[in-house]
Design a protein around this ligand. Structure first.
Ligand code: NAD
Length: 296
């Protein structure tokens, strides 16, 4: 049993914290948003007066914040100073690789331990305890965190040293973005060639074009009844989040001078999608933009 400070009780953080409580850990939460606090209390999670207060009592501090600046502000703004020496900081927000490494350096300089452990699997994965964790950090810190990550997730991969969990996350989501666009383009092209959606699905889902973007997140209604296309593209994984993750990918592409033309193009297309009506829609709804951008 660990004493855990869980900071950031939003869409992802609250169900993750709830699964830690179910696994028998002593959890104290904190979030500055009153509605998040009310929902956490209703779920049976005790709330501290501040993040620093929660951290002062904890063996492990988990952060699940919107973006990197929130993490660095919190680490610099008293969280690290409040914790007892040797506290393990698990940073699970999706942030830039260099922000994760900066957070790691701050934690170590303050006498603590730190891993980056971003997730994929969305709110449903968080609720069901089936998240995938991609971890960057030392072998010892990974081993210490593993029982907690196993209470919240199903697939946990140690990707290497600090920042490499975030590196794996950004690479995965770049693949996902490019493949979702490719599948959408194929359906629109098929429509214009007179191909039924179901026929194209039956071929591609069993052939060399097979990928999650068609078998699970099929962007047209019908072939996969549970895909967001069947509920007017209610997420799922919202366009705003995909645009955010591709912004982090672009940052990494530029910092490493990588020739990632498809990744760059996907970033542009999803930035435009999120700036239009796509921010709150599933990212597979980009098929509508593709269809409308060149009407017949
Ligand atoms: P969210 O906005 O619902 O929740 C974030 C919470 O952090 C908010 O309630 C906010 O008030 C709180 N917060 C901000 N600063 C804080 C501080 N200093 N102390 C305590 N709480 C603070 O976001 P979310 O959807 O839960 O996503 C969290 C992270 O997980 C993001 O980095 C996101 O990119 C990533 N992620 C989200 C999904 C998803 O499907 N929602 C999937 C994978 C990864």
């Amino acid at each position: 049993m660990s004493r855990i400070a869980f900071l950031g009780l939003g869409h992802m953080g609250l169900p993750m914290a709830t699964n830690l409580v179910k696994a028998g850990h002593e959890v104290q939460g904190f979030d500055p948003v009153p509605a998040a606090v009310d929902a956490a209390r209703a779920a049976g999670i005790p709330i501290a007066a501040s993040g620093a207060d929660a951290a002062a009592d904890a063996d492990v501090v988990i952060t699940m914040f919107p973006a990197g600046r929130h993490v660095l502000d919190a680490y610099r703004g008293g969280l690290l100073a409040a914790a007892r020496p040797g506290t393990l900081f698990i940073e699970s927000s999706t942030i830039a690789v260099d922000e994760a490494r900066a957070a790691h350096a701050l934690a170590l300089a303050a006498g603590h331990r730190n891993i980056d452990a971003p997730v994929s699997g969305g709110v449903v994965g968080a609720e069901n305890g089936t998240l995938a964790f991609m971890v960057g950090g030392s072998d010892e810190d990974f081993a210490a965190a593993l029982p907690l990550l196993e209470a919240m997730g199903k697939r946990i991969v140690h990707c290497g040293g600090s920042g490499l969990g975030q590196a794996a996350k950004v690479c995965n989501n770049m693949v996902l973005a490019v493949s979702q666009i490719a599948v959408a383009e194929a359906f629109v092209l098929g429509e214009r060639l007179g191909l039924e959606h179901q026929a194209l699905f039956d071929v591609v889902s069993q052939a060399s074009g097979q990928c999650w973007s068609i078998t699970t997140n099929c962007p047209v209604p019908g072939p996969v009844p549970t895909s967001p296309a069947n509920r007017d593209y209610q997420p799922g994984f919202a366009g705003a989040l995909m645009a955010k993750d591709l912004g982090l990918a672009l940052q990494a592409i530029e910092q490493t001078s990588t020739d990632a033309r498809m990744g760059r193009l996907a970033q542009q297309l999803y930035a435009a999608y999120a700036a239009g009506d796509g921010a709150g829609r599933d990212f597979s709804g980009i098929i509508t933009d593709i269809r409308d951008s060149a009407p017949r």
